[in-house]
Ligand binder design. Structure first.
Ligand SMILES: [Mn+2]
Length: 367
């Protein structure tokens, strides 16, 4: 069966509309729509957005927003990440050739994954989202993201997708679909994961797919567990050795980056990638990998973190040698202001986020 675009558009809405509100952030949404579609009229926005998706099979890239923070749980607010990130991104990068913003997932903020729901709730939510309780579409943000991305890869197997979150549980479907797709294509990939936390719980309070546990459940989709390389770890209930011996992953804690510098760290990673004959890379970036002074507007900010510059140097060296074919930026929570007190938020965090997005853009979709 060939997948058509009308099998994904019901699960999506125009960029900026993923948080279900009437008035909150209305001006920001209008600004974004003005930037993207030169109008603030809803029907015109929808028409232009749908029209842009028409060309998905020929696009070199796609951007997807997932405004879900239901998988978070300490300080939420990453549902507003995609709107704010897009605003600064499109201001800096007004025109992107052959890169399509496919919009936002239509998030029901109370849901996480369909497997946690009973039939009655699924039917009710199908009626709410699609007007029909019999349609074969999923209803929870993580399930819908997986469904959409899987179909996008079927429509365009070469596409390079940038996903904007959302709390880090969102990286479960974004990396899962990417890893499965690359495996099917016979392409060997590694996952570079920037974070203050390992995200390697098996479950948290009985929930296996959340911001603290998503990594554990994508390991089986990697060529082997050591192809998950975590950088910037510093807030952990266990020592590095515990995670590496229990799960077989590789970790580079913050202190190692401080002691050796980003160049040496990158060289070590490059030697591993070469030895394992890796073809391509995916980068999952939790903004809390950065120090609180550069990323305070996030759910679990941490001191003693990496600098944005060090991360950029590291990524630059890796992507000089290996194509970056998928990426995500997670946990930017613009209304959360837990900065170090010196810097204005969310401006500081958005500035850091913007430099990471620019890096992704230049490396995934070079013009
Ligand atoms: Mn994380």
């Amino acid at each position: 069966m060939t997948v058509s675009k009308n099998m994904i558009t019901p699960l999506l809405c125009p960029p900026g509309n993923g948080v279900f509100t009437v008035n909150t952030a209305k001006e920001r949404k209008e600004q974004l729509h003005q930037l993207l579609y030169q109008t603030t009229k809803e029907n015109e926005i929808k028409e232009k957005w749908l029209h842009s998706i028409e060309n998905l099979e020929n696009a070199k890239g796609a951007i997807l927003g997932i405004c879900s923070d239901c998988g978070g749980g300490i300080q939420r607010g990453a549902n507003w990440g995609p709107l704010f990130l897009r605003q600064s991104f499109y201001q800096a990068t007004p025109s992107l050739n052959d890169v399509i913003d496919i919009g936002d997932i239509r998030v029901i903020p109370h849901l996480l994954h369909d497997k946690y729901l009973n039939e009655e709730t699924i039917a009710n939510c199908k009626t709410a989202l699609y007007g029909d309780d019999k349609v074969p579409f999923s209803v929870s943000p993580l399930s819908m993201t997986e469904e959409v991305l899987k179909k996008v890869y079927e429509i365009n197997p070469k596409i390079k997708i940038l996903s904007l979150g959302g709390d880090h549980s969102v990286s479960y479907p974004t990396t899962k679909t990417y890893l499965k797709h690359k495996k099917e294509q016979g392409i060997k990939v590694a996952l570079i994961h920037f974070d203050a936390h390992t995200d390697l719980l098996t479950q948290r309070l009985g929930i296996d797919l959340c911001f603290g546990s998503w990594c554990t459940h994508i390991l089986e989709d990697l060529p082997s567990a050591d192809h998950l390389i975590q950088i910037g770890i510093r807030s952990s209930g266990q020592e590095r050795g515990h995670w590496e011996s229990t799960f077989g992953v590789q970790q580079i804690w913050n202190q190692e980056v401080f002691d050796q510098g980003p160049v040496k760290v990158a060289q070590k990673i490059l030697a591993f990638l070469e030895q394992k004959e890796v073809d391509e890379l995916y980068i999952s970036f939790d903004i809390d990998a950065l120090d609180i002074s550069q990323a305070g507007a996030t759910g679990t900010p941490e001191t003693d973190g990496l600098s944005c510059d060090d991360c950029l140097i590291l990524m630059e060296l890796l992507c000089e040698k290996y194509p970056l074919t998928g990426a995500d930026l997670m946990e930017v929570a613009p209304f959360v202001s837990t900065g170090a007190g010196l810097n204005p938020e969310p401006e500081t965090t958005l500035l850091s986020a913007q430099s990471i997005l620019t890096f992704f853009q230049e490396n995934m979709w070079p013009s």
